[in-house]
Design a protein around this ligand. Structure first.
Ligand code: G6P
Length: 416
């Protein structure tokens, strides 16, 4: 195919083995045998307006601040707001009653969205969930049961390991759902069922708004699964969906903590390492918080299940160690407080992220207590994500790091 230069809203997908000669003026595509190939061109809906920094200093800040809107748009795609019912955008080609186990796989931040979702599927739908990073799943020859469900999660839809894991699950005869942000991506095109996140283009290398949108989709899917299996009644659904509908507004309210986070970032920026702790769904959020900080500020950070503290990381704690404890006032709050006591006893500097009740019930002195809006216990990760994202962002900015393009990282990792 020989064509004149095209505007950048035109897409041509290459097939396996294809290669292209691209100049300012022309694009010629050849197939694996070297013959000129005529591949279809499509129009992309992407708008350049969406890839502008607007009044923000960095894309990462803009994308953090877009969350009330894009999480709200994603919610509106999965929920009948008037009836307060889940209304998935597509009919699923299977019955949740036939699914014995769900396999979730992804990389990086998307994998932590999967970790949170494991708690939701198990609690709300009573389906066992296995979660593994795609780079491990693809090679460990996991025995998978035909007819079960695999869910892959990817912002870009191009991550090589996630794509390979999707292909593996398909080859094993699993139903596959992909939760993707880029609808024209390879993962979306190779998936029978695509559940879109409506985060819009995410430019900052460290994923922020895609993460909370992934959580919103997974929450809706977990409720749908619970309903489909008879684990949730109509009333349960109404209640949970009512709680989900509150999430975008609560995310917007969470930005009130920013001045406090900016101040805290000055201390964090001087730290050699930071520990993040959480239990239940706050555990994967601790992992995500640590990942965010190390990605953009280059400060070493570790996320741990709070209960694991005593099995190793407690040895690290001294007066120089900030410990971020993510502890909304939920059913495991008391347990997390006892872990905080262990940290306090060793002189660690506790940064408690909680809600008003948690702040008054915590019996341990913290260096800083960050009070987030009250949110239904099930859905706290979507609100607390704002706190860990802002902390990473402000710390990195203070340290003069290139927050949108951290060293050694790529937005989309299309190689192994
Ligand atoms: C890269 C990015 C991360 C992202 C991960 C998975 O490492 O730097 O921010 O979480 O890939 O990307 P995906 O596009 O599959 O969600």
């Amino acid at each position: 195919m020989l064509s004149r230069s095209r505007p950048s809203d035109t897409i041509t997908y290459l097939e396996d083995g294809d290669w292209a000669v691209l100049t300012r003026a022309i694009c010629v595509i050849y197939d694996s045998k070297g013959a000129v190939a005529n591949r279809e061109t499509l129009k992309s809906g992407a708008s350049s307006l969406l890839v502008d920094k607007a009044n923000y200093r960095h894309f990462m800040a803009k994308e953090i601040y877009e969350q009330p809107e894009v999480v709200g748009q994603t919610l509106a795609r999965y929920v009948d707001m008037a009836a307060k019912r889940i209304a998935l955008p597509f009919e699923l080609p299977f019955d949740f009653n036939d699914i014995r186990r769900i396999l979730i796989t992804a990389c990086g931040t998307a994998s932590y969205a999967g970790h949170v979702a494991k708690y939701w599927f198990e609690r709300l739908a009573r389906i066992p969930v296995e979660i593994d990073v795609a780079s491990e799943l693809r090679y460990r020859e996991a025995p998978l049961r035909k007819g079960d469900l695999a869910i892959v999660i990817s912002q870009s839809g191009e991550t090589a390991d996630t794509l390979a894991a999707l292909r593996y699950a398909k080859a094993q005869g699993l139903h596959t759902i992909s939760v993707v942000n880029v609808p024209t991506s390879t993962i979306a095109r190779e998936s029978k069922t695509v559940l879109p996140t409506l985060a819009g283009p995410e430019i900052g290398v460290a994923s922020t708004k895609a993460f909370t949108c992934q959580l919103m989709v997974m929450a809706a899917l977990a409720i749908a699964a619970g309903k489909g299996r008879g684990e949730l009644s109509d009333i349960d659904e109404l209640k949970l969906v009512g709680e989900l509908i509150e999430v975008p507004r609560l995310i917007a309210e969470a930005f009130a903590i920013e001045p406090q986070i900016e101040k805290l970032a000055r201390d964090i920026a001087k730290s050699r390492a930071v520990l993040y702790l959480g239990r239940g769904t706050s555990f994967p959020l601790a992992l995500e918080g640590a990942l965010k900080l190390k990605e953009v500020s280059y400060i070493h950070a570790e996320g741990y299940a709070a209960g694991e503290l005593k099995h190793g990381p407690i040895a690290l704690i001294d007066e120089s160690m900030p410990v971020v404890v993510i502890a909304p006032y939920d059913r495991v709050f008391e347990k997390t407080v006892s872990n905080m006591q262990e940290v306090a006893a060793r002189g660690g500097n506790i940064i408690l992220m909680t809600d008003a009740t948690g702040a008054s019930e915590a019996t341990v002195d913290s260096l800083v207590t960050i009070v987030l809006p009250d949110v239904a216990a099930t859905f706290t990760p979507m609100i607390y994500a704002i706190a860990v994202q802002l902390l990473a962002y402000h710390t990195a900015v203070l340290m003069g790091a290139d927050v949108d393009q951290p060293r050694n990282l790529a937005k989309s990792v299309t190689v192994e």
